[in-house]
Every structure is written in structure tokens, then in C-alpha cells.
Design a protein around this ligand. Structure first.
Ligand SMILES: Cc1cc2nc3c(=O)[nH]c(=O)nc-3n(C[C@H](O)[C@H](O)[C@H](O)COP(=O)(O)OP(=O)(O)OC[C@H]3O[C@@H](n4cnc5c(N)ncnc54)[C@H](O)[C@@H]3O)c2cc1C
Length: 358
């Protein structure tokens, strides 16, 4: 196979997975990023993300051992208002996004350097550069809006209050549902830090929403947080056919390709496997398109479930709370475990389904 020169925009997780795979195959790879160093977007990171993941199968698929940086979640609570439902933890992990030694970014960056990938930082992709891009260039610009506009990728805006800090705790997470927002609040603890996010799709998160979340945290967990930042990003979750690998000959990689779970917004797993798919696309378009289709085959179903069913139910957290009270914790957990087992087979989280990595 003739070796190629490959340009990648975005030194985040999917861009570096693509870069490392291509460099190991003997291609000459240059990765450009708008930030001054690796560690992902400075707007969203440092951060700690939580995701269902088949670490073993994903590591094998992308050719990079992920086990050193994915921390198994030891406990997870779902809060329906103040009612805690301890949720079963099935193949769930925390992962840090930063430039600290224990982060995913550091692991991937070191792999890239070992494989001979070159990096140029402080080099944003600008609109004027787009017409000059060679076919086969890889775009891995995450959830930052400008690239979506350049390549006409349909997106939904999301808004969030975000806070981080230091905390010694077991790897724990909660998800909080309340009518004041259409998505959720969540917190994760691992690696001596925590990451707290209250986010909504398609609408701003008002101060009153944050105040409600703050009073929940104080009342139920005796936790206070003063240093909130308000952030905005985009996500390709506007229609059942959002995922698309190639746009005008340019390879989309990571979340911008639509490799994201449209139900909960889990993007880690999809970004990892789509980095490998983008690398395949450089030399074998047909195979890459097949792989892309395979990983995202349940996207449309999850999207429709959310829009035709879940949002209506989700708007009545009081009903969910009543149901959980009537069923009792044990039966609720049992139902969740059954749901998870079934759900994994038809999961819309690319790479998580047992069928999708092998
Ligand atoms: C606040 C937040 C919380 C999240 N929480 C979770 C979670 O708990 N679980 C989960 O599974 N998923 C979560 N996600 C989603 C998940 O993090 C993303 O889907 C995933 O990181 C995307 O990987 P990526 O490779 O596509 O992009 P990223 O890893 O974000 O990398 C994109 C890179 O592109 C660079 N870049 C952007 N624009 C340009 C440009 N114009 N020119 C040059 N470089 C550019 C950025 O600086 C960055 O380094 C979250 C996302 C956010 C933003």
C-alpha cells in the first residue's frame, strides 16, 4: 500500500486515534489544532466524562490499550427530583480529558508521538482554508460550532453550566432529572477531581434552573459549588439520518461525523471507534463506509425513541418519581438491569453493542 500524507484537524480523541493508526501503517501524518497544546478544547476541558464502554473490544478495534485511563464506575445514582434510585453499574467508566498524566489525551498523544505523528498547535481550521483542503483530509473538530458550519453538518445547539474541582472520592456518578431542563445534571468523581454539568439541548439553561440544581445538591448531598461557567456547544442530533462519514470528499471523524448516541449524548465510545473508521477511509472508502454504517446502525431508532416517546415522559419527572416509589427500589433496579441487557444488543452507542466491534 502506497504511503500517503494525511492532514487531520483536531487533536482530540478521535483525531489522535486516526492519526496513530495511520502513522503505524506508515503514512506521514500531521495533526493541527486550534489550542496551544493537546488536551482537547479549553472551553470544555479539563473534564471528567462517564460512558458505557466495552473497553476490551474497543481497545482491540482501535489498536490502543485504553485500560490504563478508563476508571470503572463503582456506584451510580439516578435522582428523580430528590428521590435516589441506585442504578446498576454495567460496563461504565470515567475518563479524564485534560493534559494531566492520567488523562485519555495524554495516553493518545504519547502513542501518536511514538508512532511519528507530527503536531501543529495554535493552528485553527478557518473558513478560508476549507476550499483548499485535499480530498481525504480528516476533520475531527468535536463539538465546536465553526467546523459544522464549514461542512454544512446539521446540528443542535446545547448550553450548559459547568464546574470542576478537586475531591477525593470513589469513582461515583449521579444523573439528576428535573422539569427545569430537557436533559440532565450529572456529576462524576475520579482521579481526585469532580466534574459537574447541567445541560439542555436547543434551549438556554436559565439561572433558575441552576439555582434549583444547587439547592438539590445542598439538600441531598450537602454539596456547594460557586464556580460555574456557562458554555455553549453543538451536537449532530437534529434528525435520524445525521451520521455521515464523507462530506465533499472530506472525512468526518468523531462527534462531527454523527458517531454519538442521540439519546443520552454519550460521545466517547463513538469518537474512539470513528477515529479508526476515519483512518480506514483514507485507503479504503468502501470498507470504511460499511464500518461506519455498522457502528451507527441504531442511531435512527434511538433518535426516534427519544423524540416520539422519551421527551413526553421526561417532561413529567413527577410521574417517573411516582412509578419508582410504587415499584420500590429493588424492582426498579431489576427492571433497569433487564432493560440494559436488552438495550446493549441494540445500543446506539457506537462500539458498545457486542455486535459492533467484531
Ligand atoms: C461538556 C461535555 C461533556 C460531555 N460529557 C460526556 C460524557 O460524560 N460521556 C460521554 O460519552 N460523552 C460526553 N461528551 C461527549 C464527548 O466528550 C465527545 O463526543 C467526544 O469528546 C468527542 O470527541 P472528538 O474527537 O470528536 O472531539 P474532541 O475530543 O472534543 O476534540 C476536538 C478537537 O478539535 C479541536 N478543534 C475544534 N475546532 C477546531 C478548528 N476549527 N480548528 C482546529 N482545531 C479545532 C479542539 O481544540 C479539540 O482538540 C461530552 C462533551 C462535552 C462537550
Amino acid at each position: 500500500m502506497a504511503s500517503k500524507e494525511v492532514l487531520i484537524y483536531g487533536a482530540g480523541m478521535s483525531g489522535m486515534v486516526a492519526a496513530c493508526n495511520l502513522a503505524v501503517e506508515g503514512h506521514s501524518v500531521l495533526v493541527r489544532d486550534q489550542e496551544p497544546a493537546y488536551g482537547g478544547s479549553r472551553v470544555f476541558n479539563p473534564s471528567l466524562h462517564t460512558t458505557p464502554l466495552d473497553v476490551q473490544a474497543t481497545s482491540e478495534y482501535i489498536g490502543i490499550d485504553l485500560t490504563p485511563v478508563f476508571v470503572p464506575v463503582s456506584a451510580l445514582s439516578i435522582y428523580l427530583h430528590d428521590l435516589e434510585v441506585p442504578a446498576p453499574v454495567v460496563m461504565s467508566y470515567h475518563v479524564e480529558r485534560s493534559s494531566r498524566p492520567q488523562s485519555l489525551d495524554t495516553l493518545l498523544y504519547n502513542k501518536c508521538i511514538d508512532a511519528g505523528v507530527k503536531f501543529e498547535f495554535d493552528t485553527p481550521l478557518l473558513k478560508k482554508d476549507v476550499p483548499k483542503l485535499e480530498p481525504g483530509t480528516i476533520i475531527a473538530c468535536g463539538l465546536n460550532q465553526p467546523a459544522y458550519d464549514y461542512f454544512e453538518v446539521p446540528y443542535l445547539d446545547w448550553y450548559a453550566w459547568m464546574a470542576t474541582g478537586e475531591a477525593e472520592s470513589d469513582p461515583y456518578a449521579w444523573i439528576w432529572l428535573d422539569e427545569c431542563i430537557n436533559e440532565y445534571g450529572y456529576i462524576s468523581f475520579a482521579n481526585g477531581i469532580y466534574y459537574n454539568l447541567l445541560f439542555a439541548y436547543g434551549q438556554e439553561v436559565p439561572r433558575e434552573g441552576l439555582n434549583r440544581y444547587l439547592s438539590f445538591m445542598k439538600r441531598v448531598r450537602d454539596m456547594e459549588e460557586h464556580d460555574w461557567e456557562y458554555v455553549h456547544g453543538v451536537a449532530p442530533v437534529t434528525s435520524p439520518d445525521n451520521p455521515q462519514l464523507i462530506r465533499n470528499g472530506i472525512i468526518m471523524c468523531g462527534t462531527i461525523s454523527g458517531s454519538i448516541d442521540p439519546f443520552m449524548g454519550f460521545g466517547i465510545s463513538g469518537a474512539l471507534v470513528s477515529g479508526k473508521v476515519a483512518a480506514i477511509a483514507v485507503t479504503d472508502r468502501e470498507k470504511a463506509l460499511e464500518e461506519f454504517e455498522r457502528f451507527n446502525r441504531n442511531y435512527a431508532r434511538a433518535y426516534e425513541f427519544k423524540h416520539n416517546f422519551w421527551y413526553d415522559l421526561r417532561a413529567r419527572v413527577d410521574l417517573l418519581e411516582d412509578m419508582a416509589r410504587i415499584l420500590g427500589t429493588e424492582r426498579t433496579i431489576k427492571m433497569m438491569i433487564e432493560g440494559l441487557k436488552k438495550g446493549r444488543k441494540s445500543s446506539a452507542i457506537p462500539g458498545f453493542s457486542p455486535l459492533s466491534c467484531h
